[in-house]
Design a protein around this ligand. Sequence first.
Ligand code: ZN
Length: 443
Amino acid sequence: MEKKYVKELFQFIEDSPTAFHAVDTMKKILERNGYQGLLESEKWKLADGGKYYVTRNGSSLIAFRIPSADFKGFQIMAGHSDSPCLKIKENPDMRVEQAYIKLDAEKYGGMLCGSWFDRPLSAAGRLMVRDNNRIRMKLVNVDRDLLMIPSLAIHMNREANDGYKYNVQKDMPPLYKMYAGGEQESFMEMIAREAGVKEEDILGSDLYVYNRMQGSVWGAGGEFISMGRLDDLECVYSSLTGFLDAEDGYGVPVHCVYDNEEVGSSTRQGAASTFLADTLFRICESFGMSGTDYRRRLALSLMASADNAHAVHPNYPDKSCPSNRPIINQGIVIKFSGNQRYTSDAVSAALFRGICEMAEAPVQEFTNRSDMLGGSTLGNISGTQVAVNCVDIGLPQLAMHSSYETAGVKDLEYLIRAAKIFYESSVEETGFGEYRIFRKEKR
Ligand code: ZN
């Protein structure tokens, strides 16, 4: 199973060079599994046993299915579709020395700049294209080695190994092509050609640079996996796989993927938006439920915010907390923080541990060093819109926000197993401070 999952994960990431492609990849998988797409602008008529998905901005997606109209709460697992990278600016062509054309690009999210140099890159994203009297979204992926950011030779910067401060404007415009004189095909003309549209019909674009390096399984025992965008497509893929494998329970399983986690989530389609709240409310509304019915179901809900976690680094073991030290291939990480940037607390951790026990998936814990400010993620941000019990989890990884990240083969299967049981479960508060996790009896 491990090998099958790794292969599928690599394919999933390869098909998803940007958040738009990740949503498109999920749409195709969901449709193959009988899920029906809903538009937010339409009236929803949901049915018992129905399987649905809805997207926002083409870069966030929520999939759910209705076991029966008298469902209990929602079992929500949330990940994110975006990863740190370079965003290609409008009018990006920059000529150098009548010899080269490079592209103007800026940072998207907290990227590790050094990891983008000296490796094959390309461009992908979405175009808004005029098509008769409509404007249509079209995805584009230049599926070949197209760009490179060459390092400066050590001879020209002898201090390069003594710590270097990257200036994205100066150091990181990707080299695109040789300039041959006269009128040249612009970058956007090339993109139009790749997309099979006319350049003058492109009215808008969101284009990004991505790492072309293939996924790799490595280590003496083949125990590691490396690829770009493991944060957070590894969790997204695991959640989706568990979601599709799960059998019906008493609750509504909700696979939720937000865009813009890497830039603070405060967009129309980010975790701070109303996307999840709107969707859950509309599910209840479609079955004629009242606001109270909706809130009662939220009280019966559990959310797992699934975003990768920092494993102890072999060269920097001192950077991890002395007490809680996640290790690759030793299980799903539950993340805690005193300032509640991670939402896990005794209740949500207990419920999630109970689910992992049923799934026979090991868990380990992450806390920050007390003298280091950690990152934030989806759970606490989303919780301001949809107030449900929430646990922050993730898979242990190294080199987070590098263009080529490293994780463990075993952990992938652990999360898939846990996600399946998570989606089959329901959680009930049976009294003050008293909870029950239950699943449907297997016939
Ligand atoms: Zn992340």
